[in-house]
Design a protein around this ligand. Structure first.
Ligand SMILES: Cc1cc2nc3c(=O)[nH]c(=O)nc-3n(C[C@H](O)[C@H](O)[C@H](O)COP(=O)(O)O)c2cc1C
Length: 211
């Protein structure tokens, strides 16, 4: 039997994928529920171990709760994350992250807190099940023109964050994703060439190198 034709690769998909960036400043316009729902639908179509779908998304629109999430993030930043990051991030990235923490996060009209629930999925594979869904959320956001960022700083204050959101004891916050219309265009992401990270047959034989 003839194999059905594969769909042609979609230029739109690769355009979205190759231009996905962390957006940390938003222009203040609201995000409608229907737009948000498309992104969440994309998120829950991710793979997960045993197809348990152990993700839990808390969509935070309430200004006071967004403020408290931003406060927790600032506290984690000031209580050690900043000094750790100083030696690891470029000055430009450090600035951008800091501005995101001080101003951007709270100004996003929506913050999605992504959690993993160990009563649904096995603890060992919770992060590897939850982060593909988070990545789908980021890509879908980019596809509809929203800015987004995968952030984890607030999860250093996971207990307080869980209390704030009334999470059940089995749910652990794993990522905090601000969503909003970007304040500015970010340009293409900077990434290393394939040969720096891809090896053929064995480590040390870079992709694209001569045999
Ligand atoms: C596991 C993980 C944790 C991250 N945590 C934060 C964070 O707490 N705050 C933040 O502003 N960005 C965070 N980021 C975003 C990265 O800084 C960003 O993906 C990276 O610098 C690439 O930048 P680009 O998206 O502009 O290309 C995180 C990304 C990942 C994958």
């Amino acid at each position: 039997m003839a194999r059905p034709d594969r769909p042609a690769p979609s230029a739109g998909f690769f355009e979205v994928l190759l231009n996905q960036r962390a957006c940390r400043q938003f222009d203040g316009r609201p995000v409608d529920d229907d737009v948000l729902e498309r992104c969440l639908e994309a998120a829950i179509h991710a793979p997960s171990a045993e197809n348990k779908q152990p993700w839990v998304f808390v969509v935070v629109r309430d200004a006071a709760t967004r403020h408290q999430i931003a406060e927790l993030t600032r506290a984690a930043w000031r209580d050690g994350a900043r000094s750790l990051s100083e030696g690891r991030l470029t000055p430009e990235l450090l600035d951008d992250v800091e501005r995101g923490i001080e101003i951007g996060l709270e100004s996003a009209p929506v913050i999605v807190v992504v959690c993993g629930d160990r009563s649904i999925g096995h603890e060992v594979v919770l992060p590897s099940s939850v982060f593909p869904a988070t990545q789908n959320l980021l890509l879908a956001a980019n596809a509809v023109g929203l800015g987004s960022a995968l952030t984890t700083l607030a999860t250093l204050r996971g207990t307080e964050l869980a209390d704030l959101l009334d999470l059940p004891a089995t749910a652990r916050p794993m990522a905090v994703v601000p969503l909003g219309w970007p304040a500015r265009q970010l340009g293409p992401p900077r990434r290393l060439p394939l040969a720096e990270r891809v090896h053929v047959d064995r480590y040390g034989n870079p992709w694209g190198g001569s045999a």
